[in-house]
Each structure stands twice: as C-alpha cells, then as structure tokens.
Design a protein around this ligand. Structure first.
Ligand code: PLP
Length: 539
C-alpha cells in the first residue's frame, strides 16, 4: 500500500502527494527553477549519493570580508549561485532526509513566497499591513478554535478585537514559549498598593513586594532548550527551570512533579508555571495533560503546553484524543513550520483567555498606537512578515482533511517503521512512536545478548561503545549525503537510565516510503561495519 492509510484510496493520496515539491528522477533531488532579473537559476541540483563537502573546505570560499565595490552582472551572480552555492545545500526536503522536524513543502509556497517578498508587508502595524492584519487575526482564530474550540459568540467577541489577542504569530516555538512565559510572569505580579507591577518595577521588587524568594518553571527533563533561554531572558535564572523525571514512555512523572513542588514550597519559591510537552522534540512523547491541568489548578499556577512540534496533530480526528486536556492550558505553543508544512519562521502562541495579553501589551506613539489594532502591541518581535498567509494558503489548498490525512499517514508510517526495526536482529527500538517520531539504535546481535545478561560494569562499558558506534554511524551517513537521521542522547528506563545515543527520525515528509527507510537501515548496517568503533565492540 502506497499511503499507509486504509481509509483512503490511492487516487486521493496521489492527489495529495502531487501538491508537494517532487523529486525529479532518482538522481536529482529536486529541481526548482527561478530567475534573478531574467537570469535563470536552478536550485538544489545536488545529486543523491554525492558526499557533502567538508565545511572547512567550503569556508575557504567565504574568507573575504570586503564588500564588492561595484556590482557584478546578474547573469554572473546567478551562475555563481547555482554552481557554487545551491549545489551544496543540504537537501532537507528530500524524502531520505528524515532526521529533522521541517518537511517537504507544498508546491504553491515558493511561488507565494515570491509574492510576499515583493509585497514586503510589515505586520507590526496596521498602516503597513491592513488587510493582512485582518487575515492574520482570522488564521489565529482558526488555530485558537483548533485548540480550544470555543463557541461562535466567543470568536465574534474576540477575533478582531484590537485590545486583546487570541494568539500571536512569531518566528518559532522558541519565541512562542518565551512570549507565553513573559505574559505569565507579568500577570503573576500585577500592580498592587504602592507596587506598580512587575512590568514596571522589575522582578527584584516584585519578589520583595509579594514575599517570594524566587520563581520557578517546572517541565519534564525532555523540555526543549528554548525554556532554558526563557528563564534566563526573563531574569529568573537558569536554575529556576526545574527538570522533572520522565517514565518509561518519556512522559512526565507525576510523583516526581509533586516532590519538586513540595521542595519549592519549603524554599518559599513560587511555581510560576507547569509546562506539559505535547510531542517532545527528542522522543515525541506526550505528557498527561489533564493530570497536569489538575495540578496546576490546585497550585494556582499557569499551565502552558509546548506543542510546537506535535500540535498540528490536533487536526487529526484519529489522534486528537492524545492531546486531551490541552484545552485547559492557559497558553499553547504551536509551530506551523513543523507539521503544518509552512516554511520556517512561523510559530504561534495561543491564549485561552485573550485578556492575558494585557500583561504584555505595549504602545509607542509613532508605532503600535494605544487603541489601534496594530498586531505589534502584543508581539515580542517588531517588524515581521506575513507568514500567516502561508498557513492560510495551506488551510485552503490542502484543507483540514488533507492535513489530517498527511498526519495520519505519518503516524501510521512511524508505526510500520517501528515494526520493521523490531524485525531486525541488529537494530533496537528505543522509543515507540506516539506520533510520527521514534528513536532507535544499531546493536550488533552478539552484543545485545551480553548487554542483557552482563554484569553492571560490563554493561556500562558496552553502552559507551554503542554510543560511540551510533554516533559515528550518524555522522558518516550525513557525510555520505544520501540519507539523514539525527541523533540525540536520552536516558531510557529499560536500560537503567544509562545515557544512550539514539538515532532519531521524524516521518512527516509524505514522500518518504517504507522502501526508503529499509534502504536507510541497510546503509546504517554497512556503515556500522566500517566504523572505527566496530572492532571494539565485536572483539
Ligand atoms: C522545535 C521546538 C521548539 C522550538 O521551536 P523553534 O521553532 O525551533 O524556535 C520548542 N519546543 C518544542 C517541543 C519543539 O519541538
């Protein structure tokens, strides 16, 4: 079966696939022609099987720091671009590059991108975006409805209300998480008596006034590193990010969460927010959101859900239930550039209560005027392009059903790939796919036996050798240029939490087939034997 879904016929699936930027033949990954002032440029003619050039070798081509004095003609520049630059780009949209979270894009987007660039609208304020501000608010409303599903009168009241926002666009999940925690922090310490509020007087005075010795944010150990930046930027300090243990399936341990909350109470540290992850970056695991919502309610603290990667799966009727409880989150992060097939630079933070944006509303006389509908009043960024139009076009050209099919097919593909890995005697599945992401590693069969039965020191030694082996497989495969998986280090419960280097795949590209994945495993098997760490292990 071509499409992994029993509910869909081949024809319907083919129609969906045809909307994506194709591979041209077996050799050439993708051929996209455009022109610069009349001179044709061809992108990405990098041949499959062509090894990546060493970075140091490429760097030597970029060693001059002199800005060219006079212009070169466009033909020369176009030729330089296609031969010297585009020829070496990483083929991230190839169906064989399954290690990253951004996938192949629908064909219409590069064209729409050209138009957006030409129009150069600035969404920071109404005067430079006008109709696109209205469109962006509509798209944000659609996203709000997807998560919170409020009734018609709610959206009638808030959708185009310039004083507040249902959600805001930003460059990605990092800024979305930061924005959510910024609003949360400011709201926690509002003006009170002679205290003018944290937004005006700062954190130190806020803590004094409210009588806390500090603030903390709690998230599982699989929390995205953007949260570390968040606590740093917000002045809480990196130690304010409390990492909670995870269970066998990578979900936050509720017992440990309770213990951590108890510890904070003893130190008079206020838990500012509890964060649930709905699709962790490393293993794709989804925290029990309803339980976290209950705890946050009891602690009277903010509940944020980081669904940067996973949130798009809410479009699927089949898998939406995995996110039960997300509608209770005060704020939710979703990236359209991950599983909504939009180019990078497209993150969103959604607010359950639009009035939460009061905590971060800004105004300046020359721009983002008070009482105006300028989107910039509620965004951390200033000048910003109309990425929302990209998402708008996908909603219309693929439709909710089309997007849901893509997501269902990705998850089904991940399950079939997990089965395939289980059938191999020399690969080990480390984390089951909850969505379309899984991790695994290469283990020579003889080693697996010893790993199960050996003494603790022997096991540890073997794990370390396996880590080195898998690291080298991943690096060699990337350099060879045909396939790409990523790698990370996790602490699986089934291996007594030993740090384990795993290969990680994200199967969102609809053009990736099981055959491709089989060939990828076969190449990894061969690379393992060529690895300098092979001998260590099997001897
Ligand atoms: C990718 C990701 C982020 C960060 O998003 P960017 O768009 O890279 O800034 C945050 N959280 C999770 C769970 C992610 O997967």
């Amino acid at each position: 079966m071509l499409h992994f879904l029993d509910s869909l016929d081949e024809q319907e699936w083919q129609t969906l696939l045809d909307q994506f930027i194709p591979r041209v033949g077996e050799e050439e990954l993708l051929e996209l022609k455009t022109d610069i002032a009349g001179d044709p440029v061809t992108y990405c003619l990098r041949k499959l099987n062509k090894p990546m050039r060493e970075l140091t070798e490429l760097e030597s081509k970029f060693s001059s720091v002199i800005i060219p004095d006079s212009p070169v003609d466009t033909g020369t520049y176009a030729q330089y671009l296609s031969q010297d630059i585009l020829n070496h780009v990483v083929p991230v949209s190839s169906p064989t590059f399954v290690g990253h979270m951004t996938s192949a894009l629908p064909k219409h987007l590069p064209e729409l991108g050209k138009i957006l660039t030409a129009l150069n609208q600035n969404l920071v304020k109404l005067e430079t975006s006008h109709i696109l501000t209205a469109l962006e608010r509509q798209v944000l409303g659609m996203m709000h409805k997807l998560v919170y599903n409020r009734d018609e009168s709610f959206y009638k009241q808030w959708l185009h209300n310039g004083e507040h926002a249902l959600a805001t666009f930003c460059s990605g999940g990092t800024l979305a998480n930061l924005t959510a925690m910024w609003a949360c922090r400011n709201q926690l310490m509002p003006a009170d008596g002679n205290f003018a509020g944290l937004a005006r007087e700062g954190l130190a005075r806020g803590l004094l006034h409210y009588g806390y010795s500090g603030l903390a944010i709690l998230v599982s150990e699989l929390g995205h590193y953007s949260l570390k930046k968040t606590v740093d930027v917000l002045g809480l300090g990196q130690d304010a990010l409390i990492k909670v243990d995870t269970d066998r399936d990578g979900r936050i341990c509720i017992d440990d969460l309770r213990t951590q909350l108890q510890k904070l109470r003893q130190c008079n540290i206020k838990p500012m927010a509890i964060i649930g992850i709905a699709g962790s970056t490393e293993t794709g695991s989804i925290d029990p959101l309803n339980i976290l919502a209950d705890i946050a309610e009891r602690e009277q603290c903010h509940f944020h859900v980081d669904a940067a990667w996973g949130g798009a799966s809410l479009l699927s009727e089949r898998y939406r239930h995995l996110f039960a409880g997300i509608e209770r989150a005060d704020t939710v992060t979703i990236d359209a550039h991950k599983q909504m097939y939009v180019p990078m630079g497209s993150g969103m933070v959604l607010f359950r209560q639009p009035t939460l944006t009061n905590a971060i509303a800004q105004h300046a006389n020359y721009i983002v005027r008070k009482g105006s509908k300028d989107l910039g009043r509620h965004t951390l960024e200033g000048s910003r392009s109309a990425m929302s139009l990209m998402l708008h076009s996908n909603f219309h050209l693929l439709g909710r059903q089309g997007l849901a099919c893509l997501i269902d097919a990705s998850i089904e593909k991940a399950r079939q790939f997990a089965d395939l890995i289980r059938q191999q005697e020399d690969f080990e599945l480390i984390s089951e796919p909850q969505l379309c992401l899984l991790t695994y590693r290469y283990v020579p069969p003889t080693v697996l036996q010893v790993l199960r039965e050996g003494t603790a020191p022997v096991k540890q030694q073997l794990h370390e050798s396996l880590n080195a082996l898998n690291q080298s497989i991943q690096t060699m495969q990337w350099s060879a240029g045909k396939f790409f998986v990523s790698r990370t280090c996790i602490k699986p419960v089934q291996w007594d939490r030993q740090p384990t280097t795993v290969l990680r795949v994200v199967l969102a590209n609809p053009l990736t087939t099981l055959e491709i994945l089989e060939n990828m495993l076969e190449e990894q098997r061969q690379l393992a034997r060529q690895s300098p760490f092979w001998q260590d292990l099997v001897s």
